[in-house]
Design a protein around this ligand. Structure first.
Ligand SMILES: [Zn+2]
Length: 149
């Protein structure tokens, strides 16, 4: 045995710590409640970044909100197998370029891999605030297409 639990990691919807609220994050939260994932992109150098900031972290230029694809790949991850239920901490590189600290959900922790395609899914915190998480893209699910409903 590897020590990594075979328990599937769930979405844990409604069971995440409440993220800190701030005026800067309010538009992100409002869009997330509608299922849209927003990033900020610099209007001067054109680079997107995470987390959202009003000034570009690369050139200090002005930034603007844009809707992101929600597609990414696993850059790095850790399975916290001793927690009950087990959870993950991961860096996911978004299709738009930024790498964000997040969690992998709705997955078998033994089947995760660096470079694996993942897609955004919003879980809710205890007070109902959307929390951006990622789940593996299924083999029969083409990148960019909507999951079957
Ligand atoms: Zn910039």
């Amino acid at each position: 045995m590897t020590g990594i639990s075979s328990t599937r990691i769930s979405l844990r919807d409604g069971d995440w710590p409440d993220p800190p609220a701030s005026p800067e994050s309010a538009p992100f939260v409002a869009a997330a409640r509608e299922g849209r994932f927003l990033l900020r992109r610099c209007t001067a150098c054109g680079k997107a970044h995470w987390y959202p900031r009003s000034l570009c972290p690369f050139c200090l230029g002005e930034t603007a909100w844009e809707e992101a694809s929600g597609n990414g790949t696993i850059y790095s991850y850790t399975v916290l197998a001793r927690e009950d239920p087990a959870r993950t901490i991961a860096y996911v590189t978004l299709a738009e370029g930024p790498t964000m600290l997040t969690s992998l959900v709705e997955c078998d922790p033994r089947a995760l891999a660096i470079g694996q395609p993942v897609r955004l899914v919003f879980a809710r915190s205890r007070d109902g605030t959307p929390v951006p998480c990622f789940r593996p893209v299924e083999a029969d699910e083409a990148p960019g297409s909507e999951p079957p409903s």
